[in-house]
Design a protein around this ligand. Structure first.
Ligand code: F6R
Length: 258
């Protein structure tokens, strides 16, 4: 079942997702959370840090797994998702380093790296909550559109679109964005008990509509979420702009069954 929440602004959508995570932590302090990077979650992490400061989000017993990392970047590299996570979340919350799981993009033997990551994830029984964004081409994590998708973590060649979308962290020069990434597999995301998808901005409206209402196809990886039993899609008005009018009316500021 997919529920859709349409909020009046990107900020309100971000706060909604952060609050869902904080609430879930209160119910289950040992939450295993899948985390995205990118532009969209930045206000969501800001809200989560604020909830933590207010004593409403305790990460002491939680564990996180980041969805992806660029191949060739060390955890200390500024363009890495490690650096992003430290800047936007990890340095401001009480999550112990051994509970933060990210791919090390610098590790030569990437097969061992993804095996290490997947073993840690399965030892905990998989994700409780997967927080995901959506690329304009429908990717989640870096599960790029393809005739078939890998269920487990894998190395992926990034599309030019995805490299362009990540140019900001590389001085605006998309050719400097690494050509490959390590990504959590679509199977690990779909096995999460709950999936929270956050999308904001008019540039996401077309792909959100395709993912929610188009055919389920690996050509739009996010469309596979239609088959998941527990998905909450949190949108601002702009990202909801191409959903059917009936859905936009019904779900504004609340949630509904899609
Ligand atoms: C990154 C990730 C990607 C992004 C997607 C949207 O960890 O998982 O799937 O969520 O590319 O990125 P933004 O938010 O920058 O539009």
């Amino acid at each position: 079942m997919t529920r859709v929440a349409i909020l009046p602004s990107a900020e309100a959508a971000a706060v909604t997702v952060a609050t869902c995570i904080a609430d879930a932590l209160q119910v289950d302090p040992e939450l295993v959370i899948g985390l995205p990077t990118g532009q969209t979650p930045i206000p969501m992490y800001r809200a989560l840090v604020e909830l933590h400061r207010q004593g409403r989000a305790d990460f002491g017993r939680a564990t996180t797994f980041n969805l992806d990392e660029f191949v060739g970047l060390a955890p200390g590299d500024l363009g890495s998702y490690h650096a992003y996570m430290r800047a936007h979340l990890f340095d401001a919350i009480n999550l112990a380093p051994e509970r933060m799981h990210l791919f090390n993009g610098k590790r030569k033997d990437w097969r061992r790296e993804i095996a290490r990551f997947d073993a840690a994830l399965s030892a905990l029984g998989g994700l409780t909550i997967a927080v995901v964004g959506i690329g304009r081409n429908g990717h989640i994590g870096f599960n790029e559109p393809a005739p078939a998708l890998a269920t487990a973590s894998h190395r992926v060649r990034l599309t030019e679109a995805s490299r362009r979308a990540n140019a900001a962290a590389f001085g605006g020069r998309w050719r400097r964005v690494p050509t490959h990434a390590l990504s959590m597999g679509i199977g690990s995301i779909l096995r999460a008990r709950t999936v929270l998808l956050l999308a904001t901005g008019a540039h996401k409206a077309a792909i959100v509509a395709r993912a929610l209402h188009g055919p389920i196809t690996t050509r739009v990886p996010a469309s596979l979420l239609q088959a998941h039993p527990n998905v909450l899609v949190v949108l601002d008005r702009a990202a909801a702009g191409k959903l059917p009018m009936s859905e936009r009316r019904l779900s504004r500021g609340s949630t509904m069954k899609s």
